[in-house]
Design a protein around this ligand. Structure first.
Ligand code: SAM
Length: 289
């Protein structure tokens, strides 16, 4: 197994940081390399020691655990960096899936890289990859939004920025927020086709396919488990033009944007004063067919 990197400036007597993916439900998804790594490192840094302890017990791994969670990411990463610099090999795991994907990890990885520590990805399960792999999408691109903002106003503002993306949109969402998110998505993106993946790799794994409003009705009486939502991207009949007048027409006729939204977006995209865009927009909207 080759775990070396091409960076010859790395300091040799320091430890290595292994970023290890763990199962998102089905324990059989752990890789041989992940087991070997967790067994042989000096320390496993994890979000919740009780949670990872169960995984280690199942795998008969006795490596010491140390907690590393979002709220203490800065201070804990300093502590772990000190251990790495003293020559300790550390594995970083999250509760489930791949660390760093809507999970803690980035702070430690960045600090370790700046300090010249070798960082090795022990790749494996992720809910994002699992959902994508069975979504049957023909697109080669997608947008991954992680968790939508919990605050309704922030979520709506955020969704407005995604409305024009012409590729599938993928989100993680909690069961108690899925209805509110589906409603806001339907309001701001339109009632698009969507897929809701629940409990991937687990006994009750399922995929609900419907429009956003259809899904909303199906989860109205409550939904349990872990969720990944994939929403169809914007369908744009005409490509986005790049001059002011055509852009205004495009926003008005193709996107059905309000004058205010069109002015804001165009002023930003073309780096023009809003007043200039607004003046011309008034003319175009006055002539609405
Ligand atoms: N780092 C993880 C990964 O790589 O998938 C994601 C961590 S994030 C805190 C947890 C969210 O991932 C859940 O709320 C859910 O949206 C999604 N998720 C995790 N496991 C899942 C599963 N088995 N089925 C569906 N979604 C899952």
């Amino acid at each position: 197994m080759n775990t070396s990197t091409k960076n010859h400036d790395l300091i040799s007597d320091v430890g290595r940081l292994y970023v290890v993916a763990t199962p998102i439900g089905n324990l059989g998804d752990i890789s041989i390399r992940a087991i070997e790594t967790l067994r042989t490192v000096d320390l496993i840094a994890c979000e919740d020691t009780r949670h990872t302890k169960k995984l280690c017990n199942h795998l008969d791994i006795a490596t010491p655990l140390i907690s590393y969670f979002r709220e203490k990411e800065q201070s804990k990463s300093e502590l772990l960096l000190a251990q790495l610099l003293q020559g300790k090999n550390i594995a970083l795991v999250s509760d489930a899936g791949t660390p760093g994907i809507s999970d803690p990890g980035a702070v430690l990885v960045r600090k370790a890289r700046h300090a010249g520590i070798e960082i090795i990805a022990v790749a494996g399960p992720s809910a994002l990859a699992a959902a994508l792999s069975i979504a049957g999408l023909e697109h080669t691109t997608f947008f991954f939004g992680g968790f939508p903002p919990a605050n309704k106003n922030e979520r709506k503002q955020w969704l407005r920025q995604l409305a024009l993306l012409p590729c599938p949109l993928i989100f993680y969402e909690a069961p108690h927020r899925i209805a509110a998110s589906l409603q806001d998505m339907a309001d701001l993106l339109g009632d698009r086709e969507a897929q809701l993946f629940r409990e991937l790799t687990k006994i009750h794994e399922e995929c609900l396919e419907d429009t956003l409003i259809g899904l909303l009705k199906r989860v109205a009486s409550g939904v349990k488990g872990e969720l990944v939502l994939i929403v169809q991207g914007a369908e744009l009949a005409l490509p986005k033009p790049n001059n002011l007048e055509e852009l205004l027409l495009w926003y008005r006729d193709e996107i059905k944007a309000t004058l205010k939204d069109a002015v804001g977006n165009i002023a930003r995209d073309l780096d023009l004063p809003r007043s200039q865009v607004y003046k011309q927009a008034l003319q175009i909207w006055k002539d609405t067919p």
